[in-house]
Design a protein around this ligand. Structure first.
Ligand code: NDP
Length: 472
């Protein structure tokens, strides 16, 4: 068991000023993996002071001076990929195959994409008699969740550093170990002291102290909509820039003429990946009522192939969820859906057989879900698929757009033009046409209550810049 007592502040590991500790539990075994400091306002003050002190000189570096350590950071992410995957298995419970292919690889892809974005970014433009400069926003507070713990760190910290900002990171309390590993990589890459700082702690203390801190210029948050609203309000009070990546309730719409079996199987795989703890997950499958029972049967059969099990085994496709409270919450959604009239066709709220320990939830498919049900409106964040029927395209669109969220989605049709025409009418930030793959350079972010701002690619870098005009 690892016992950590330090925070990464001003270029070194320093003893935390907090006595309290966070216990990191393995979600598959419920065993204690590590303890880390539950930092408070004093650690946050020290980290923000270091970030402030470094902001001016780092903000004036050339792009080449920033590209060099960023390149070394990418090398480190590549070299320690296996260790990253194993850390995410231990603290989050992602199956090792998924952890290697996604949790450890996506951050590397995203970090590398910023070498290219930074090399090409236009920091200066001429507008009439003005020269317009894109300048770093200053000191960034990055507050991240546990579901893709390293990806969400990289998607904020790397573009912030590329833009010339300095950063204080407060990672999720369930997944501080991969954040500590990231701090080691930043250190080894040779960034100047204070440019990146890490404070582990709980959201209501370290997180709140960080977002409220008067010396923070920009807050970048990913997590629940409830906390996002509070952080947006705090940022408003401090007149800070804010970027919010929040929840989702994404619809995957299968139009008549699409390859139904392919679309439904892809949806099941999508919603069960990472035990359903994915903000973009297609949690609502919308199928024409003439094809409804066929789709339900395909989904039920596909889900039955995902047996929950030990995430360290390479054959496991469905691991536990992140915590006991997450497990209880997800199971309550399943029970609630059945009470509201949903038909359980796979899985269910009871513990999977033979798995007495660990935060496991069965791969669950709910049919006869109607748009007003709680499970069709709220983010479940577990391995649960709801299947809804529609009468015609207009009703499909109404259902797809009929939640507070608008983060992602999918559309399947006989041809991509038909699918794209439908997708353009969806109130959501990203839509995959006929199962197209994720593009880590495309802008990512929400409409409606799914957030404010965009991450990834050029748009993600722009979030960390502010604009100055000089007139000649
Ligand atoms: P939260 O939104 O509570 O947590 C996200 C991050 O914010 C964590 O680092 C958290 O710290 C921190 N935080 C919490 N409260 C505050 C605060 N008042 N001020 C500053 N920072 C704060 O998400 P949870 O981890 O609790 O997950 C709850 C639900 O949120 C999930 O079930 C899911 O529905 C949704 N969620 C959505 C995500 C998405 O990507 N869309 C990602 C994660 C969760 P700490 O870890 O200590 O709580």
């Amino acid at each position: 068991m690892q016992q950590h007592t330090d925070q990464y502040i001003d270029g070194a590991w320093r003893p935390s000023l907090a006595e309290a500790r966070i216990e990191v539990l393995n979600p598959a075994t419920e065993e204690l993996v590590a303890t880390v400091p539950a930092g408070g306002a004093a650690d946050v003050d020290a980290a923000v002071a270091a970030a402030r002190a470094a902001a001016r000189s780092w903000g004036r570096t050339t792009r080449e001076e920033r590209l060099a350590p960023l390149g070394r950071l990418c090398d480190g992410l590549a070299a320690r990929r296996q260790e990253i995957a194993e850390t995410v298995v231990a603290e989050l419970g992602s199956p090792i195959r998924f952890a290697t292919a996604v949790q450890a690889t996506l951050p590397l892809t995203v970090a590398r994409s910023y070498l290219d974005v930074l090399a090409k970014y236009e920091f200066e433009e001429q507008v009439g008699n003005s020269t317009v400069y894109a300048e770093p926003a200053g000191v960034v507070a990055a507050v991240t969740p546990w579901n893709y713990p390293l990806h969400q760190i990289v998607a904020k910290v790397v573009p912030a550093l590329a833009a010339g900002c300095t950063v204080v990171l407060k990672p999720a309390e369930y997944t501080p170990l991969v954040a500590r590993l990231f701090a080691e990589l930043v250190h080894d890459a040779g960034f100047p002291p204070g440019v990146f700082n890490l404070v582990t702690g709980v959201g209501t203390e370290a997180g709140a102290a960080l977002v409220e801190h008067p010396d923070v210029d920009l807050v970048s948050f990913t997590g629940s909509t409830a906390v996002g609203r509070a952080i947006g309000a705090a940022a408003g009070r401090g007149v800070k820039r804010v970027a919010l990546e929040l929840g989702g309730k994404s619809a995957n719409v299968v139009l008549p003429g699409a390859d139904l079996a392919r679309a439904v199987k892809a949806n099941v795989a999508n919603v069960l990946a990472n035990s359903g703890q994915t903000c973009t997950a297609w949690t609502r499958l919308l199928v024409h009522r003439d094809q409804y029972e066929e789709a339900v049967a395909i989904a039920a059969e596909a889900a039955a192939g995902y047996l929950p099990g030990d995430p360290t085994l390479p054959t496991t496709r469905l691991g536990p969820v992140a915590s006991a409270s997450q497990r209880d919450r997800v199971r309550a959604y399943i029970t609630g859906a059945v009470a509201q009239g949903a038909r359980l066709v796979a899985g269910g709220a009871q513990a999977p057989e033979g798995l007495e320990r660990g935060y496991y939830v069965r791969a669950t498919v709910l049919a006869d879900v109607t748009p007003g049900m709680t499970v069709a409106q709220e983010e479940v964040f577990g391995p649960v698929l709801s299947i809804l029927a529609y009468r015609d395209e207009e009703e499909a669109l109404e259902i797809a757009n009929g939640t507070d969220y608008g983060l992602a989605g999918g559309v399947w049709a006989a041809d991509s033009e038909t699918a794209a025409a439908f997708a353009r009418r969806m109130d959501t930030g990203q839509v995959d046409i006929n199962g197209a793959r994720f593009n880590p350079a495309a802008p990512f972010g929400g409409y409606k209550s799914s957030g404010v701002g965009r991450e990834l690619g050029r748009h993600g870098l722009a979030e960390f810049l502010q604009t100055k005009s000089l007139q000649f």
